[in-house]
Design a binder for this molecule. Structure first.
Ligand code: SF4
Length: 701
């Protein structure tokens, strides 16, 4: 904790990292943030994790972009191992905003004129505000003329949203994570909250201390196991088998809630018939959990008066990710565990504004508030709002856009704050696609790996330099305020998007994000009764909110679901093998994810002094026995190879890792995990199978 008396001013804002959305205060002196303190926000009550508390200095990193850059003629596009982000000027030259914006827009406008609207695509960012997400998708839809707009939700919870939309009619959580304090049983599956949602993890610990039975279902052990009533390790990819076996027990033993099912659901008979043969004995070989253990957790969940299920990307990042989420939804519906305090379904959202960016329409198949682009009536409302005709066909998703570039369809892109040269699966493929673009505009804080492929780089303001709203995993819309001025000529993203839109002939004239928010309210009923003034006053309002002076609804769907007839739907599933099962040549499962200290591709946290000092190098996390078998000592070098590439990292012992599995974080460009990952997609959510690729390990020198 710093000395608050030393600060010139204090500015209240929101943490820029995870979907927990902790409220914080920047203590500023001489235009620098001295330190950060947690505020009494609804989702953090003064708490912050190491990222929120210490990861505030990246905007002042020496490599920060302060002027627009234009690629020098003849410099080839691609990652240069000798590229120095602190001295990018050998590859690029500085330019005025006027010159850079003219060039950036002209390349896209000309491609649209010669190749048609389907030649352009855009990636927006879940690290930007709701207003910026709204403007970006509006530019693509109205200016580019297509729905080829997506963002990182495609790499994290798109499959969860697909299942929630299909079964409940809404893609957001049904209850906040604070409701865990009122639950008798809490299931955490495919998530590691102590690492990825650390402040949410404090609520789970608190609940467990108060007597809640915490059940952890995951292939890998984790810190929260110490608080768990039961922690079951299932085989990687065995989740659908495990969940169906639990449903088999609940239905077979009559533990379900017939009154709830009759009143609120449809399709139970099909679910019942579908799971009849998936007994714990039949599923145990597929999921690796003993039948009695399956029965025990199924009975505990079904027998509780109030129970919740939380999940993360261990559930969603599979070719069966949507099926996984369908199973979890079926468990909750069968037992009547939604719509009351202490019950619910909660996919823990990743980035600080992935909920808000999705709500605002940064998704290729839906307009804001998840309204399908193919529905002429819904589309007409946005056509009236924006004064133009909109494309009726769903656009391409993140990985599909990379494929479409190499197929010659997509020729120009505008990428705002995303880093597909690090975050996409099978990076050699993704980087070849970026290099093949005829025109690429990247807007970011640094010359990221993706920016190294750009024709024009536009320098953006960091979160602590901007004002705007964000929406966290709990559906809480919160106001972030600028604490610092952007350095040099860097500008807020909303300002830059507007300048690009004007060069597409759009007469945009927003003077402040509050004007964008006002327009959003005209197209998004989810924001009813939430105003900018209210957010300035209250800091946070949960949607849906029933009245101007009422609190938002922490728990939703008490009476009905937002589907035709008001009923939720059961969606039966069958276990499927992973896309690339292990075999004799590649006998180990590779899984990827984040570290506590490093955020996604590391663009921010690896430029934050404390965080980078705590985790400075790429490591492979392995079970002690696996390391022993390899003959590699902790701290030694291990090579990991898949059918797509190979990397070498430092070996680290992780007693929580099962044998036959290795975990690699994807934040390190020098050993980029996504060179190895499998681009196979879930057919519904179009999410890649980041959590399972067949690999082989060997000692490296
Ligand atoms: Fe930031 Fe998430 Fe940590 Fe809270 S838990 S301080 S939102 S990274």
């Amino acid at each position: 904790r710093g000395d608050s008396a030393a600060a010139d001013r204090r500015v209240d804002s929101i943490c820029p990292y995870c979907g927990v959305g902790c409220q914080l205060t920047y203590h500023v002196k001489d235009e620098q943030i001295l330190f950060v303190e947690g505020r009494n926000g609804p989702s953090n009550q003064g708490r912050l994790c190491v990222k929120g508390r210490f990861g505030f200095d990246y905007p002042g990193h020496p490599a920060r972009l302060t002027r627009p850059l234009i690629r020098r003629p003849g410099v080839p596009k691609g990652l240069d191992p000798d590229f120095d982000p602190a001295r990018p000027l050998t590859h690029f030259r500085e330019a005025s905003w006027e010159e850079a914006l003219d060039l950036a827009a002209r390349g896209l406008v000309e491609l649209k004129a010669t190749q048609g609207p389907d030649a352009l695509a855009g990636f927006g960012s879940a690290k930007c505000s709701n207003e910026e997400a709204w403007l970006f998708q509006k530019l693509v839809r109205v200016g580019f003329g297509s729905n080829h707009v997506d963002h990182c939700t495609r790499l994290c919870h798109a499959s969860s949203v697909a299942a929630l939309m299909e079964c409940l009619g809404s893609g957001a959580v049904t209850a906040s994570f604070m409701q865990a304090l009122q639950a008798e049983v809490v299931i955490l599956t495919g998530c590691n909250p102590a690492v990825n949602h650390p402040v949410a993890a404090t609520y789970f610990k608190q609940a467990a201390r108060n007597g809640t039975k915490l059940i952890i279902l995951d292939p890998r052990g984790q810190a929260l196991d110490a608080y768990a009533w039961r922690s079951l390790r299932f085989s990687p990819g065995g989740d659908v088998a495990l969940f169906n076996a639990m449903l088999n027990v609940i239905i077979g033993e009559g533990l379900y809630d017939p009154a709830y099912i009759d009143a609120h659901t449809e399709g139970f008979a099909a679910l019942k018939a579908g799971v009849v043969d998936m007994t714990p004995e039949a599923m145990s070989p597929l999921c690796g959990v003993a039948p009695e253990a399956i029965r025990e957790v199924a009975r505990a969940y079904a027998g509780a008066e109030r129970a919740m299920i939380f999940w993360g990307m261990g559930i969603s990042q599979h070719v069966h990710g949507t099926d996984n989420a369908r199973c979890l939804i079926s468990l909750a519906l069968a037992c009547g565990h939604t719509g009351r305090p202490g019950t619910g379904l909660h996919p823990l959202r990743g980035q600080n504004n992935v909920q808000g960016a999705s709500d605002a329409g940064l998704i290729p198949m839906v307009l804001p508030d998840y309204q399908p682009v193919g529905d002429a009536q819904l589309r007409a409302a946005f056509e009236a709002l924006w004064g133009t005709e909109l494309a009726p066909d769903p656009g391409l998703t993140v990985v599909e856009i990379m494929d479409a570039i190499l197929a010659g369809q997509i020729r120009g892109m505008y990428i705002l704050g995303e880093n597909p040269a690090m975050s996409d699966p099978d990076l050699n493929h993704a980087r070849a696609a970026l290099a093949a673009l005829e025109h690429l505009v990247v807007q970011d804080l640094f010359v990221t790996e993706t920016a190294q492929f750009a024709d024009v780089i536009l320098p953006a303001a960091a979160w602590s330099e901007k004002t705007g709203t964000v929406t966290n995993t709990n559906r809480q819309v919160q106001l972030g305020r600028a604490a610092l001025a952007p350095p040099g000529e860097a500008k807020p993203d909303w300002w830059i998007i507007q300048q690009m839109a004007r060069r597409f002939g759009l007469g945009w004239d927003y003077a402040h994000p509050r004007e964008v928010f006002a327009e959003m309210k005209r197209g998004m009923h989810s924001l009813d009764h939430i105003t900018w003034e209210r957010l300035e006053r209250e800091g946070s309002v949960t949607y849906p909110c029933p009245a101007d002076d009422a609190p938002g609804q922490d728990v939703v769907f008490a009476d009905a679901f937002p589907r035709a007839g008001g009923r939720a739907r059961f969606s039966p599933t069958r276990p499927l093998p992973p896309d690339e099962p292990v075999d004799a040549a590649y006998p180990v499962v590779l899984t990827t994810g984040r570290l506590l200290e490093h955020w996604h591709t590391g663009a921010m946290t690896r430029r934050s002094r404390v965080l980078d000092e705590r985790e400075p190098e790429a490591a492979a996390f392995l079970a002690p026995a696996e390391l022993g078998r390899l003959g590699v000592a902790p701290g030694g070098a291990v090579r990991i190879a898949t059918r797509r590439g190979a990397i070498t990292l430092t070996a680290r012992v992780d007693p929580g890792m099962p044998e036959g599995m290795v975990f690699v974080p994807f934040a390190f460009v020098e050993a980029a995990a996504n060179l190895l990952t499998n681009p196979a997609l879930d057919p519904d959510g179009k999410i890649p199978e980041f959590k399972y690729a067949a690999c082989r390990l060997s000692p490296a020198s």
